[in-house]
Write a protein that binds this ligand. Structure first.
Ligand code: MN
Length: 477
């Protein structure tokens, strides 16, 4: 473990603090082992490494090193605050809080996964807490085979149901992909085996088809004047294919993007030229030609996409782009980092896989590089969960409501029957009026009466469309 790996690109003052946290965590966890037999500290170092690859700020890397100290060592909150400051303490506390929620959930089966997810998001006041937890979970999944099977299943299911959707919501598509693929065999072992038995042959076949057909594509492009290009293929994530098959009811051989070919050329003119050359020989499927060069995706992604009837009666997708577009799509800002670190581009598929998602977060960060990190994460969280509040039932279930929602909205959110028979509500044991504006994290108890029915007056107090629709429907008879 070389501490230099987690101080890359940091100022000397920041590096000093990171090294201090490195030594501190190592000492605090001394003697603790993971089930793999590794020192516990290995986990903390790996988490810090991934956070650093994401180019997160020093505070986050320090908090990553220390994220398990409050829970698993003698270290106190006061000590963290004195040694590393309030912000680090705040992030470690946040990560510990989420750990506690997860533990409670395991003990109290009643809490649903969606409730846990909402609590997770509501608890993490700073998005960096969520990033630390996502990376923590990612590393735990990479080493999941050392856990006993029952534990593996719980962690894997939770990863698919909670962590992957959070990663998705944060637009971290490849973290999501990696979490799902690592968790899939342990979360649903039977389905996984069944799926792999059905689909593995297609994957294998697709891979060997790709290998076999690459020279055919190369020859065709060259014969038609495209001489300077790189050609490569990518395979779809397993779990994402599994879901696509479930959703569409299609057979695996009807899923056209299990494999896609990428043609990388020198400039934009050559992209269109290459597209023409491909269409000249291979007939495109209507409606599937997409020009993301002229019309980039909102995240800046650029490429030409086309799906064509190809060799041996297969339908395949082509993605055509310039070197710059490819770098951007694969690595984003990470491209620069990847080049500078090793002195040459990283091209092995394992590196690609990692860089793909590393890049997403970097891009996202690069946009606000100028901002102070504290401000940035606060704003981002604000815009993600803008004007939403979370209100609990006394049983601990949560409803996600718009700011300004009333107990009537809350009642309808729980169940339409509860809304229809709304009679009153209590917050913290005190009766509140029907027009009361609920606050984030309040516990609200709804009282109902069989005799009560919706009135036109209620429309004044209903803020959510769901409640309004239901009340209007009732009034309309
Ligand atoms: Mn951990």
């Amino acid at each position: 473990m070389d501490v230099g790996e987690i101080t890359v690109n940091k100022s000397s003052a920041e590096a000093k603090q990171i090294i201090k946290a490195f030594e501190f965590a190592k000492k605090a966890h001394a003697g603790q082992k993971r089930l793999s037999g590794d020192d516990y500290f290995v986990h903390l170092f790996e988490v810090a490494k991934i956070l650093n690859q994401l180019e997160l700020d020093a505070t986050t890397i320090i908090a990553g090193l220390l994220h398990d100290t409050l829970e698993d060592t003698q270290v106190t909150e006061q000590e963290l605050k004195t040694e590393f400051g309030e912000k680090v303490l705040f992030l470690v506390q946040g990560a510990t809080k989420i750990k506690n929620i997860e533990r409670q959930k395991k003990e109290r089966k009643a809490t649903s996964n969606s409730t846990l997810m909402k609590m997770f998001l509501a608890t993490a006041e700073d998005l960096r807490v969520i990033l630390i937890k996502l990376v923590d979970r990612l590393h735990n999944l990479r080493t999941i085979e050392y856990l006993p099977p029952e534990k593996r299943k719980i962690i894997a299911e939770e990863s698919i149901k909670i962590y992957a959707p959070i990663a998705e919501r944060l637009n971290m598509g490849s973290i999501k992909g990696e979490i799902e693929d690592l968790a899939f065999p342990h979360a649903f072992p039977d389905k996984y085996e069944q799926f792999m038995a059905t689909v593995e042959p297609y994957f294998q076949e697709a891979k060997s088809y790709a290998t076999k057909i690459l020279p055919v594509i190369t020859a065709h492009l060259k014969e038609n004047g495209i001489t300077d290009f790189a050609l490569d293929s990518r395979i779809k994530h397993y779990y994402s294919l599994y879901k696509k098959i479930l959703r569409s009811g299609k057979a695996p051989d009807q899923i056209f993007d299990i494999i896609a070919f990428r043609v990388i050329v020198g400039d934009i003119g050559k992209c269109y030229e290459a597209l023409g050359v491909i269409h000249k020989k291979y007939h495109p499927l209507p409606g599937l030609i997409k020009d993301y060069i002229a019309l980039p995706k909102p995240n800046g992604y650029q490429s030409l996409h086309t799906t064509v009837f190809f060799e041996e009666g297969r339908v395949v997708e082509f993605q055509i782009r310039t070197v710059e577009m490819h770098d951007h799509a694969e690595h984003g800002i990470a491209a620069h980092w990847a080049y500078s670190e090793s002195g040459k581009p990283k091209t092995s598929s394992a590196d690609f896989k990692e860089l793909e998602w590393v890049s997403q977060i970097k891009e996202w960060r690069a946009k606000v590089r100028e901002q102070n990190p504290d401000e940035f994460f606060k704003n981002l969280k604000g815009s993600l969960f803008k004007e939403r509040i979370f209100v609990f039932t006394p049983q601990g279930d949560i409803e996600n409501l718009p700011l300004g929602a009333t107990p009537l909205d809350f009642a309808y959110a729980i169940h339409s029957e509860i809304g229809d028979h709304y009679y009153g509500a209590r917050v913290n044991g005190k009766m509140i009026s029907i027009g009361y504006q609920l606050k984030n994290m309040e516990v609200c108890e709804v009282l109902t009466s069989k005799k009560q029915k919706p009135t036109s007056d209620w429309l004044k107090f209903a803020k959510t469309n769901e409640a309004k629709r239901r009340i209007r429907g009732f009034l309309a008879g």
